[in-house]
Design a protein around this ligand. Sequence first.
Ligand code: GLN
Length: 542
Amino acid sequence: MQHTAKYIFVTGGVTSSLGKGILSASLAKLLQARGYRVTIQKFDPYINIDPGTLNPYEHGECYVTRDGAETDLDLGHYERFLNVPTSQANNVTTGRIYETVIQRERKGEYLGKTVQVIPHITDEIKRRFTLLNDNGDYDVIITEVGGTVGDIESLPYIEALRQFRYEHGVQHCLVIHLTLIPYLTAVGELKTKPTQHSVKELLSYGIQPDILVCRTEHRLGEELKGKLARFCNVEEKAVIENINAPTIYDVPFLLIKEQLDLIVLDKLGLPRGELKGLNSWKNFVNRLKNPSDEITIGLVGKYVELKDAYLSIHESLKIAGTELELDVHIKWIHSEDINTENAERMLGGLDGILVGPGFGERGVDGKILAVKFARENHVPFFGICLGMQVAVVEFGRNVLHLKDCYSAEFAPKCKNPVIDMMEEQKNVTQMGGTMRLGEYDCEIMEGTWAFKAYEKTAIRERHRHRYEFNSKFRNEYEKAGMKMSGINPQSNLVEIIEIPDHPYFLAAQFHPEYSSTVETPHPLFVSFVAGAYTTKTAKRKM
Ligand code: GLN
């Protein structure tokens, strides 16, 4: 078998939420910094074809790739860490695997055979393990296997991995098991037993992990590492401590101390290379930790109980703040809690207000009030997707005084649907994967905040929506002081709106948060944070 790439698999043990995504992204970052071309993919064991139909409460934010795939939020970490775009092929679900196999069966491609989990489902999983490297673009492919070892739904993936490793040889295919070492306060001890059992489980499926990465709240110590090595058949130096880090961006440095990158390269028989490409990352973490000032941004949304629902927005704000040496505090504001009586109390004192994306009417009134507050009180404002749509509704109602003015999403029969369903969406009956998704062109008008931010007129941004600004109202809005500063040149859809007569008021129909990375902070986030800071300092001087 010809080997054009090396494969690293990351499995999870003991419990979920240990941070397989951050571990994968951090390891990938280190290998990238040593000169390797790396990509990461995630296999999710649920039956949805993609997470696009999932409520954010279920699975956090739905991340959108350039090619319009609705994917797991870990892909956002991959892009933010590596600064390399991901695609549809980087996120595979059980639903997608079965869909492919069933379609093939319907075409008669299995030639009368009984179609079964083994070999047909496992073969399809194996095919997808290598799919990203069809063009030989990568030296190393890291595959995160979702779920926890022992789950019924992960079994086909673990079996596919066992076969893949047998077929490719261990020197081309490494298994890293991420596990938890809990600390029992009552006895003051770290406990290895759950990990021993988890490795035993993995062994029962025929897989010996090469490296154990141990999530822990306390230092492991040599003795404990030795014990884990002995009971889990792993080399002692391959028992890696993964202690709680101050920020996710510190994790690569913690892993360097544990020499994870070197152990991985040695085991795969790859030259160690020189760790050269980490300077800008170091600078970033330095700036993140040593801000010269701070601002507070109110993030208004209806899923704020679950911070992961706004993960990319959160990270994009932090990254933009770091670029400007500012610590951005985020105040999470539940849009359902805002009403006319308490708006001042909830929103007063903020340096900026961001109204985020969303679907459905719950909490929309509060979002409209937040926009009104920002517009009338000259608080810098940034709206994203639904955040732009509610800004348009607010302006229609309170500046243009349009009667019965709303979005057709919430009131299809209203007299003034200033946000209307896109023409191409009107005949769509299926929910999954049918929105306007992925990158589209946008032409920026010179002399606007958008132009100042991007410093160019032609941009491409990622979308995820069914509704749009209703162009019938464009003249009326422009006359009253709202500028349409970004337009799709092919479809004429309004992509960015601004109110120039305001300290900073900009909203976008697309999602800039999906394309903000550590190395390239998104210009619109940087300009919003800068706008908020300028307004704050101007107020201080007053
Ligand atoms: N619900 C709105 C639409 O479909 C906004 C979507 C979003 O915020 N992502 O157009």
